[in-house]
Design a protein. Structure first.
Length: 320
C-alpha cells in the first residue's frame, strides 16, 4: 500500500556492493579498481561506479545538507532544465497521461508537468517530502517501487538527478518496465562522465588533487552517486533492459540565473571569494557552452515483448 506523504516511514533502499571483479551492469566485463578506494570502472564500456552507501533519513546525516540553501541555489537551473525536458516528453506524448516522478525532491518538475499530465511523485527523504506535500503536490514518502500500489501503471516515469544514486539499477529499470504501459516512456536525467567538469575533476584526481572528484561523486552526503554513465553505455544498458532510446540530449550544468546563489551555497571562500569565482565563471560561460555538458538525458520507449502473468508483472518479472 502506498505510504502517506507526511506520516509514512520510507522503506530501506536495496543496495548492491560493488567491488573489484564485479560484473559491469552494461557489458558484463569485470570492473577494476578506479581512482579512489571506493571508485571502480569498466575498461570495456567506460561505466563507472562506487560502493558509497546511501544514508537518507539517517540521524547522523540529518544536517549534512542545508536544504534551504540547496533549494535556493538549484531552483532556477532545475526549473529551466525541467521545462526543456517536459517539452521533449510532450512531443512524444501529446495526449498526456499518468506521469510518475521518482525522487521528486521539492516538486519542481511536478509543478510544471501537472498542467499536461496526471502527476504523482515519490520522495524518500521524509523532510523534503513533507515540504513538497505542503505545496498540495501529490507525493508519497518512500522508495520506488515499494511506495506504489500493485496495480499502479504509468504512461511516463521520470528520474531527475536520481538514477545515479540508486545502487540496484538493473532491478529498478526492470521495475520501470513493469510499471509502464506498453509504449510508455522512461526519462532519465543524470550526470555524464563525458562532461567537461567531470573530465577536469578526473584529471585533477590523477595528479593527487581529489577534492573536485569527491565532490562530483557527492562523497560524504546522504545520497552519494553510485553510477556514472556516458551517452553510449547508457543506451546499451537501456536496450539490455528492453527500452529503446528515442531522444538523447544534454543540458547545462550552469546558467547565469541563480549562479551566484549556487556558488555561495557550495563555497567556503567567503563573500569576496564567491564574487571572484562568480566573475570568473561569468566570463567563461560562453567558452563552457562549447564544451561537453555535464548533464545528459535520455527518453526511451518501453519495448513491447511477450508479457508474463499479472502476478509476476506485479513483482517486476517479465519474459526475455
Amino acid at each position: 500500500m502506498p505510504l502517506d506523504a507526511v506520516s509514512g516511514t520510507p522503506y530501506a533502499p536495496r543496495t548492491v556492493s560493488m567491488k573489484k571483479g564485479s560484473s559491469c551492469p552494461v557489458c558484463g566485463q569485470a570492473i577494476v579498481a578506479g581512482r579512489r578506494s571506493w571508485h571502480f570502472l569498466c575498461r570495456g564500456c567506460g561505466y563507472e561506479c562506487s560502493n558509497l552507501a546511501p544514508k537518507i533519513n539517517a540521524e547522523s546525516h540529518r544536517h549534512a545538507i542545508d536544504e534551504v540553501g540547496r533549494e535556493r541555489s538549484l531552483r532556477e537551473l532545475r526549473r529551466r532544465n525541467f521545462a526543456e525536458l517536459l517539452a521533449q516528453i510532450k512531443s512524444l506524448k501529446p495526449a498526456g497521461g499518468r506521469l510518475l516522478e521518482v525522487g521528486c525532491g521539492h516538486g519542481w518538475f511536478l509543478e510544471i508537468a501537472r498542467g499536461d499530465f496526471d502527476v504523482v511523485g515519490i520522495e524518500p527523504d521524509v523532510n523534503v517530502c513533507r515540504k513538497a506535500a505542503a505545496k498540495a503536490l501529490p507525493v508519497r514518502a518512500g522508495y520506488f517501487p515499494d511506495a506504489l500500489g500493485p496495480a499502479d501503471r504509468y504512461d511516463v516515469i521520470v528520474f531527475n538527478d536520481v538514477i545515479e544514486h540508486i545502487p540496484a539499477i538493473g532491478e529498478v529499470l526492470d521495475q520501470c518496465w513493469s510499471r509502464l504501459v506498453p509504449g510508455g516512456l522512461l526519462m532519465l536525467n543524470l550526470p555524464s562522465s563525458d562532461g567537461i567538469f567531470y573530465r577536469i575533476a578526473t584529471l585533477l584526481c590523477g595528479i593527487g588533487l581529489p577534492g573536485a572528484f569527491d565532490r562530483m561523486w557527492q562523497l560524504g552526503l546522504p545520497s552519494p552517486h553510485v553510477h556514472y554513465f556516458n551517452r553510449a553505455n547508457l543506451a546499451v544498458l537501456l536496450r539490455k533492459r528492453e527500452f529503446e532510446p528515442r531522444v538523447q540530449g544534454t543540458l547545462p550544468a550552469l546558467r547565469l540565473v541563480g549562479l551566484y546563489h549556487r556558488i555561495a551555497y557550495a563555497s567556503t571562500r567567503g563573500v569576496v571569494g564567491c564574487v571572484i569565482l562568480y566573475t570568473a565563471l561569468l566570463l567563461s560561460l560562453p567558452f563552457l557552452g562549447l564544451m561537453p555538458r555535464d548533464i545528459m538525458y535520455s527518453i526511451s520507449v518501453r519495448i513491447v515483448v511477450d508479457e508474463v502473468p499479472p502476478e509476476d508483472r506485479a513483482n517486476g518479472g517479465r519474459r526475455r
